[in-house]
Write a protein that binds this ligand. Structure first.
Ligand code: GAR
Length: 208
């Protein structure tokens, strides 16, 4: 049996996408990678409790306490290195990472975004704001995207997308929930498994 790749999930809030990954691991859908660490940019994020309940080491790294973006990223990198992390999954992580950080993990960082990129994405589009913008524009279809993270916010290579209908009477909250249920919670575990499996194969090839 191949050794699973070590995954870190980075969060800032409720952590429902983290929960989808934990459930996928429990159910064997995610088996080429193992969640070894959860890092939160907010000390009071409910995602930390989800991690603890699943027995996964969980650490809060606060930008405020760190004092600067550089110190914040150094603290994140120290945790990632200490846990020998191969693959990073941004699951509702509300902090933009520097080019230097991203370069330390080329094609090793995934992000889930709650729209069909290139619509409603980039700086300032996160969480509920994305759904507010989609409703304000009046689009009839939205969705979610999982992509590799590069130096352009929401600009990296797309791995998977799924469309979700916007229905009459939708509020940002109702739409957010539908996009999560129909798209994010399905796509993120699938993409994480696919990328983990590819990394495992690559590692095997290098070992030969
Ligand atoms: C999710 O909808 C995720 O796609 C979004 O924040 C929410 C986090 O929810 N991420 C972004 O907007 C990133 N640009 P969760 O904490 O329950 O997973």
């Amino acid at each position: 049996m191949l050794k699973p790749v070590n995954i870190a999930v980075l969060v800032s809030g409720g952590g429902t996408n983290l929960q989808a990954l934990i459930n996928a691991q429990r159910d064997g859908l995610l088996h080429s990678g193992k969640i070894q660490l959860v890092l939160s940019s907010k000390p009071d994020a409910y995602a930390l409790i989800r991690a603890q309940q699943a027995g996964i080491p969980a650490v809060a790294v606060s930008k405020k306490q760190a004092g600067s973006q550089q110190a914040f990223e150094e603290a994140l990198l120290a945790q990632l290195r200490a846990h020998h992390i191969d693959l990073i999954v941004l699951a509702g992580f509300m902090s933009i990472l520097s080019e230097e950080f991203i370069k330390a993990y080329p094609r090793r960082i995934l992000n889930v975004h709650p729209s069909l990129i290139p619509s409603f994405c980039g700086q300032g589009f996160y969480g509920l704001r994305v759904h507010e913008a989609a409703l304000a524009y009046g689009v009839k279809v939205t969705g979610a995207t999982v992509h590799f993270v590069n130096e352009i916010p929401d600009g990296g290579e797309i791995i998977a997308q799924k469309a979700v209908d916007i229905l009459p009477g939708d509020t940002p909250e109702i739409l957010q929930r539908r996009v999560m249920e129909q798209a994010e919670w399905v796509l993120l575990p699938q993409a994480t498994e696919a990328v983990s499996a590819a990394l495992q194969t690559e590692r095997e090839g290098n070992d030969e």
